[in-house]
Design a protein around this ligand. Structure first.
Ligand code: SF4
Ligand code: SF4
Length: 492
């Protein structure tokens, strides 16, 4: 069934697609010599290692348990645990705690416990996380949405150069339809909509063919616009609903999952297969063979880039993620994670690669394109002036770091970098405040406990005194007499 559009989201812009290598068939990365799995994110512990150095692990075996809702981590190939320690980190921290596997074989597959029936527990134990970039725990997301009134399957992939979702839909359209139907039976949504952009003609026709006369999955082909693939923007476009600031799609009864995440969730729920590999776009003028590659999670960026003909001398910077929302990395030892949708080797010929900031001319174009209705130039000035609270009041935390403002800025001001930096500071402050409040609550609870114990003790002694004061003298005489009688028995 085709879908009629509700409304265009606010702001946004048209970007050159630059999807080099998107139409080529996917390739498979040869088994790398080693794999690295991060146990921390921004130095914060997210996983508990459950293997030891020297231990042999099998393909698909759990090597780290996720803390809280975090999904578990599994070995993408068999091998020996070579090290557990610091390794170049993919995020803001230069070093992260990690487990390193020296790979040796891939034939022996670890058999997972099939007793877990709860779907969110199963998604967590099979390591399923959002594969659109944010790597949000899928089990938590599915649980929060309950039986959603609308389930949106996000194949929009609006960012330039990225084509892994397009390639997945083109090559595995039948499996995607099977996965959607299987999950729909589990999730019980009111409506199911698969959204993608109309400029990915190969993916659109593959999905049309695979859907055939299926009527319970609506296909929405959207005119391309950036950042339409953002969760809030997609909901606004398709349903005309606005997700209020500080809330999530689940608050409106909507579940949004990326197409690759749907495939991983299907493998986890239907076959108890953990998430160990993903399709990654490798592009930019710094590689001679761009395209989409099946990569084991944990592979080093260098291994993936070399496989695609990496030219280190010509490359100005390597980013993980797209040219708009991706982050530059300092080391090619950084490992592919579940959220790594792309690795770009950008050269001077890639027009998005070079910035040289000039003063703001207050043209206001950044405000026009902001899909979150923010005023980027004001936020930028407030951040530079150290007025973080003011920036926060004006919506800093609603910024989705889409980069549209920085892209159009004639002064080439690195707006997004400053917003990401300020958001990070705010999150650290929030964590410190939450920790202080938690400790304050513990101290208050302890004081209340001690006060209660004191009052019980005082209450007891007061009641003993009161009891002594109210004793009937005649009764005391009786007690004394009984005591004497008893003692006389002892003396005999
Ligand atoms: S990066 Fe943030 S401020 Fe800039 S356009 Fe995107 S949402 Fe708006
Ligand atoms: S687009 Fe750039 S120059 Fe124009 S107002 Fe925004 S920050 Fe200033």
């Amino acid at each position: 069934m085709m879908f009629g559009l509700a409304k265009k989201f606010d702001g946004g812009l048209k970007l050159p697609p630059n999807k080099h290598g998107a139409e080529a068939p996917s390739r498979i990365l040869p088994i790398p010599e080693s794999l690295t799995y991060y146990l921390t994110k921004n130095i914060k512990e997210t996983h508990q290692c459950i293997v030891n150095i020297g231990e042999t692990v099998l393909f698909g075996q759990s090597i780290a348990r996720g803390l809280g809702h975090q999904p578990d981590i599994h070995a993408a190939y068999g091998g020996v645990i070579e090290a557990i320690g610091s390794k170049a980190g993919p995020y803001d921290a230069p070093e992260e705690q990690a487990v390193i596997i020296r790979t040796s074989e891939y034939k022996n597959v670890y058999k997972h416990d099939d007793k877990i029936k709860n779907k969110s527990d199963l998604l967590k134990s099979m390591g399923v996380a959002g594969m659109g970039g944010a790597a949000f725990p899928t089990g938590e997301k599915v649980q929060a949405a309950g039986a959603p009134r609308v389930w949106l399957i996000n194949g929009v992939e609006c960012e330039p150069m990225l084509s892994c979702d397009q390639c997945l839909m083109r090559e595995q359209a039948d499996k995607l339809v099977q996965a959607i139907r299987y999950l729909a039976a589990e999730i019980m949504p009111g409506r199911v909509i698969l959204a993608l952009e109309s400029d990915k003609a190969d993916a659109v026709s593959a999905m049309r063919l695979a859907l055939g006369d299926v009527t319970d999955i609506e296909l929405a082909c959207l005119p391309p616009r950036y950042p339409q693939g953002g969760e809030k923007q997609l909901i606004q476009t398709l349903l005309g609903l606005e997700v209020p600031s500080g809330t999530h799609a689940a608050h409106l009864g909507i579940l949004v999952l990326n197409v690759a995440t749907v495939m991983a969730a299907f493998d986890a729920l239907a076959y108890h297969l953990p998430l160990t590999h993903r399709l990654v776009t490798v592009a930019g003028q710094g590689v001679s063979a761009p395209g989409n590659v099946w990569v084991p999670i944990g592979a080093a960026l260098k291994d993936v880039l070399d496989f695609c003909g990496y030219d280190g001398a010509a490359t100005l910077r390597v980013t993980v993620g797209g040219p708009m929302m991706g982050r530059a990395v300092n080391s090619l030892d950084v490992a592919v994670t579940k959220g790594t949708s792309a690795i770009l080797a950008l050269t001077a010929a890639d027009e998005l690669a070079v910035y040289s900031a000039q003063p703001c001319i207050r043209c206001g174009v950044c405000t026009e394109v902001c899909p979150a209705r923010l005023q980027p130039e004001d936020m930028y000035f407030n951040i530079r002036a150290g007025r973080l609270n003011r920036t926060r009041e004006t919506g800093l935390m609603d910024c989705i770091a889409c980069g549209a403002c920085a892209y159009v800025c004639p002064s080439e001001i690195p707006l997004v970098a400053s917003f990401l930096y300020a958001q990070q500071i705010c999150r650290i402050e929030d964590e410190q405040k939450a920790r202080a409040a938690y400790i304050g609550d513990l101290v208050k609870a302890r004081d209340a406990r001690l006060a209660a114990r004191r009052s019980v003790r005082m209450g007891k002694s007061a009641s003993r005194e009161a009891a002594a004061r109210t004793v009937d003298p005649a009764a005391m005489e009786k007690v004394d007499a009984a005591r004497e009688k008893a003692r006389s028995k002892i003396d005999k």
